[in-house]
Design a protein around this ligand. Structure first.
Ligand code: DC
Length: 226
């Protein structure tokens, strides 16, 4: 039986798609590629170099210039992969609040999307891959063998993110998490280029009442059914 060699997983922020992608890739022995890290790395590069997030031309140029490498985890500190930005290990830096707050803003720029999409297509072509993002099934690899759209209500996603922060001992405010997710959902779904939406041939998994193991089982059923 031929298994799907390119699997696209899209969905809104904090829907659990990264966790699903990592587990599925591990189960299949595929490369796991979380494309959001690329947009995050460009955002971090802008913040580190004092480039104005709202200067579209400057951010576009930056996206074309920076070198972003994603590879297997080289340190055992809970990471699933290394993210390098011009040789600097930014795996954890790209998760900080200032990046969360601006990553959707830079993701609307055409030049940024073009630069990121080209790199993602190359990686998809060269590997058996589980690729996670917002526009993987619609734009990056529309001919993916299997497309999953992982959805959950914004309240459930905010609660899960809030609990994760508490578990890590970070200061957490549910209302602030909810506001931030609503804001990102709005920007990600209403942008002109490659907005967040399920591809017509995507299979939607609604995860409000499902734990990660149940979501993984459903995804595996789809993999072995294709
Ligand atoms: O999945 P994430 O939270 O790491 O994604 C961060 C941002 O990157 C998200 O708000 C929108 C953008 N993104 C995108 O536009 N297209 C992708 N394929 C992946 C992420």
């Amino acid at each position: 039986m031929d298994l799907p060699s390119t699997i696209a997983i899209d969905g809104p922020a904090a829907s659990g798609k990264s966790t699903l992608g990592a587990l599925l890739a591990k189960a299949l022995g595929y490369l796991y590629f979380d494309t959001g890290v690329m947009y995050r790395a460009v955002t971090l590069a802008a913040l580190q170099n004092d480039v104005d997030i709202f200067d579209e031309a400057a951010i576009g140029q930056l996206a074309e210039q920076v070198r972003i490498d994603v590879g297997p985890a080289s340190i055992d500190d809970g990471r699933d992969y290394d993210v390098m930005l011009d040789g600097q290990d930014v795996t954890w830096l790209i998760r900080k609040d200032t990046v969360n707050d601006h990553v959707s803003d830079i993701s609307i720029y055409a030049r940024v999307r073009k630069a990121m999409t080209e790199q993602q297509r190359r990686i998809a072509k060269e590997n058996k891959v589980v690729m996670v993002g917002r526009d993987i099934g619609t734009v990056v690899v529309p001919d993916a063998d299997l497309k999953i759209y992982l959805d959950a209500s914004v309240e459930v996603r905010a609660e899960r993110r809030y609990q994760e922060m508490l578990e890590r001992g970070e200061p957490a405010d549910y209302e602030a998490v909810l506001r931030s997710l609503k804001n990102r959902d709005h920007i990600d779904s209403s942008r002109e280029i490659a907005p967040l939406k399920p591809a017509e041939d995507a299979i939607v998994i609604q995860a409000d009442c499902l734990g990660i193991q149940q979501v993984l089982e459903k995804a595996k059923e789809l993999v072995y059914r294709v």
